[in-house]
Write a protein that binds this ligand. Structure first.
Ligand code: DGL
Length: 293
């Protein structure tokens, strides 16, 4: 519409259109498992991914820090022209989604552990959940259990050390296998037949989980459901891109050096894309590192 852009005030941004990218972020590399599902479901969409690897793992941070980072990254992605945002982190969703939804004007999708699908498919009625300590102690997760656990017993285990392993691109070392086994053995001993991956880093450990548990555990990973939810949301807001963009490789950004992200994207997603370093200061990181402006 001629003249529409010029009617904006200096600080106002034009509403994004269907050709604008979708922003996806995580505390680190875990959201790449969500990005993989989004690319498969919505191949026409342009994607911008931010890994906040400098400040990962969020699961060992306090709640205010997580909210602060989620807001700063969400605002940065809006500034990059994102038309929708996927908070591809269970921990950030659990602590910040209500506030981010309130403050950002673009449509938003968060992720949460698949308690409902697990309770539907479990035959033994014993389900294991692996997630970060922050997710497991959140009111949001408790409310998921209250609403959907039904007659299922949920054995919840914080996956201390697993996010750090994936951030190092370690998905199979003996130390990692021993750690994972120490988390899965009590679930298997208790008769669990289903495992909820309540952290987006964990789908990269699916082979390791299979090596330990064989076919005894069916794995519930919500990344495909998230991609479908994004699809519905874009449709509802008439924001779906129907033409293939010329640059179909995602734009990758990392608040760390990005090397692990490049390696993981190449090894596990077969995406040979460069990763740009980005500084996204926020109230809490400015306090801790006052030289960052
Ligand atoms: N991928 C994040 C999640 O889904 C990991 C959080 C963390 O950095 O501890 O929870």
């Amino acid at each position: 519409m001629p003249g529409a852009a010029s009617s904006l005030k200096p600080n106002e941004r034009a509403a994004p259109d269907a050709s604008a990218p979708v922003g996806i972020f995580d505390s680190g590399l875990g959201g790449l498992s969500v990005l993989r599902a989004v690319r498969a479901t919505l191949p026409h969409e342009r994607l911008i991914y931010v890994a906040d690897s400098r400040y990962a793992p969020y699961g060992e941070r306090d709640d205010d820090f997580i909210v602060d980072r989620a807001m700063a990254i969400g605002e940065w992605l809006v500034g990059q022209g994102a038309k929708a945002l996927v908070v591809a982190c269970n921990t950030a969703t659990a602590q910040s989604i209500a506030l981010v939804r309130e403050r950002l004007t673009i449509p938003l999708v968060g992720v949460e552990p698949g308690v409902k699908p697990a309770a539907t498919v479990s035959k033994s009625r014993v389900v294991g959940v692996l997630a970060t300590a922050v997710t497991l102690r959140s009111a949001r997760f408790q409310s998921l259990l209250d609403r959907y656990a039904g007659d299922c017993r949920f054995i919840c285990q914080a996956g201390h050390g697993l996010v750090q392993a994936v951030e190092r691109c370690d998905t199979s070392s003996p130390a990692l296998m021993a750690l994972l086994e120490s988390y899965l053995a009590p679930m298997l001993d208790a008769g669990a037949d289903t495992l909820v991956l309540g952290c987006t880093h964990y789908p990269f450990l699916d082979r390791a989980i299979r090596d330990i548990a064989g076919e005894r555990l069916q794995i519930v990973d919500t990344s495909v459901a998230i991609a479908r939810q994004l699809d519905r949301l874009l449709d509802a807001h008439a924001l779906k891109n129907l033409v293939t963009p010329p640059d179909t490789l995602p734009r990758f950004h990392s608040t760390a050096d990005g090397e692990s992200q490049r390696q993981l994207a190449a090894a596990l997603l077969r995406l040979d894309a460069k990763v740009e370093h980005v500084d996204i200061p926020s109230r809490r990181t400015r306090l801790a590192e006052p030289d960052i402006v």
